[in-house]
Design a protein around this ligand. Structure first.
Ligand code: DSN
Length: 425
């Protein structure tokens, strides 16, 4: 039998200990059913772009206006990424330099608010994000974060509450979007409220950027002043972020990102963003985005049929939030048991959760990664069955049942190679 050459030969020689860890992570990602809705598998091309000599270069500034020389190629790389972002999302301006989602959102505060100003965002335990003004975040300590939630009876955003809070608090910025929102974001409703109170509307589409790019979720472009997104979730790019806007806000955003908040952009990431955006412009990406949603809906139906309670009763997007209260298994216990069964999820608060965020009542799952591996709706009843068996096994402490699921999961995954991994051939 011929031994396979190592996947990363230079690393294997220079630092075998680290190479072994990366190899182990590749196997883990290959063998498991990854259901964390903010994760994905990038293509081999995106991975290659992140590991290039572009990371050797400093480029503070923007294309044509840099503080370092030798930008002949970097300027073109960044311009490609910017132009592709503008084309994919239909925006007038794009800044591709934010290091990740939180710095991108901080740059928005720097551009449009002053310390102490009021901002309105969805509360974290209701499905929002730390940087939308939540107390423990700098955005909730340096700014006056006012928070909206969802209705207890529907699990959906309460626009009466949003409008009332906006009228009363007169926020400088309103954030919409979040990290555990299973339903379509009504950008038009948020836009109307923001216009009425003179606030800047920021659509944080980090979770759904790939769905927006692929036409599987309405675009915020007609309604939002600023669109913030990470690039590594449904958009299937490298870990990074972008801020997009109308031309009128271009200067304020660019100045806030650099020199306001950041130094040199990560050019290797910029290149990989450009590659991902080229992929997102292809017709096959539209199919991918719609398949992500179809899979999530099919998975939600199969879970409902098995008696699971889902926040808002289902999903319109890539994400399903399961309230495990009726199953009498805490979210953390279920998530850890499912991990031992080869099913990777995260524990999560559910709206009005009586439990603490580090030991909440729910688990959050999603379909971006399994769709990237080519699993279709016909497989979702099987996925729901594994989750059901896993949660029951968690309740009983049945490790044998978890081990049996792990073997079944690995068998299915072996038949669906993951993009970008050595095992994909
Ligand atoms: N950590 C991301 C998520 O998992 O949704 C949000 O920043």
């Amino acid at each position: 039998m011929t031994a396979h050459p190592p996947a990363h030969p230079a690393l294997h020689t220079a630092d075998p200990e680290l190479a072994a860890l990366i190899g182990a992570e590749e196997r883990l990602q290959a063998d498991t059913l990854r259901l964390i809705p903010s994760e994905n598998y990038v293509s081999a091309a995106v991975l290659e772009a992140t590991g290039t000599v572009l990371q050797n270069k400093y480029s503070e500034g923007y294309a044509g206006r840099r503080y370092y020389e030798g930008q002949q190629n970097i300027d073109l790389v960044e311009t490609l990424a910017v132009e592709r972002a503008k084309a994919v999302f239909g925006v007038e301006h794009a800044n591709v330099q934010p290091y990740s989602g939180s710095p991108a959102n901080l740059a928005v505060y720097l551009a449009f608010a002053a310390p102490g100003d009021t901002v309105l965002g969805m509360s974290l335990p209701m499905g929002g994000h730390l940087t939308h003004g939540w107390g423990v975040s700098a955005t909730g300590t340096w700014f006056n974060g006012v928070q909206y939630g969802v209705r207890a009876d529907t699990g959906r955003i309460d626009f009466d509450e949003v409008r009332d809070l906006a009228r009363k608090e007169r926020p400088k910025i309103i954030f919409c979007g979040g990290t555990a929102v299973p339903r379509t974001i009504d950008f038009a409703a948020f836009g109307e409220i923001a216009r009425e109170v003179g606030a800047v509307l920021v659509a944080d589409i980090a979770h759904i950027a790939g769905l927006v790019a692929g036409g599987a979720h309405p675009s915020p472009v007609p309604h939002a002043d600023v669109i913030a997104t990470t690039t590594h979730k449904t958009l299937r790019g490298p870990r990074g972020a972008m801020l997009m806007s109308r031309a009128t806000h271009a200067k304020a955003i660019d100045k806030a990102v650099f020199p306001g908040l950041q130094g040199g952009p990560h050019n290797h990431t910029t290149a990989a963003i450009a590659v991902a955006l080229r992929e997102a412009a292809a017709p096959s990406f539209r199919d991918y985005a719609h398949a992500v949603v179809a899979n999530a809906k099919a998975l939600a139906e199969a879970l409902l049929a098995r008696g699971f309670d889902l926040v808002s009763g289902g999903t319109d997007n890539h994400l399903v939030l399961i309230d495990l209260t009726s199953k009498e298994v805490p979210g953390k216990v279920a998530a850890k048991a499912l991990d031992r069964a080869g099913i990777v999820v995260n524990y999560n608060t559910v709206p009005f959760d009586p439990r603490k965020p580090f030991d909440p009542s729910g688990i959050r799952i999603g379909t971006p990664s399994l769709t990237s591996r080519g699993l279709g709706t016909e497989r979702m009843p099987q996925v729901a069955e594994w989750i059901d068996r896993g949660v029951s096994a968690a309740a009983k402490g049945d490790e044998e049942a978890l081990a049996a699921i792990r073997t079944e999961v690995a068998d299915l995954m072996a038949a669906h190679p993951a993009p970008g991994l050595a095992s994909a051939g």
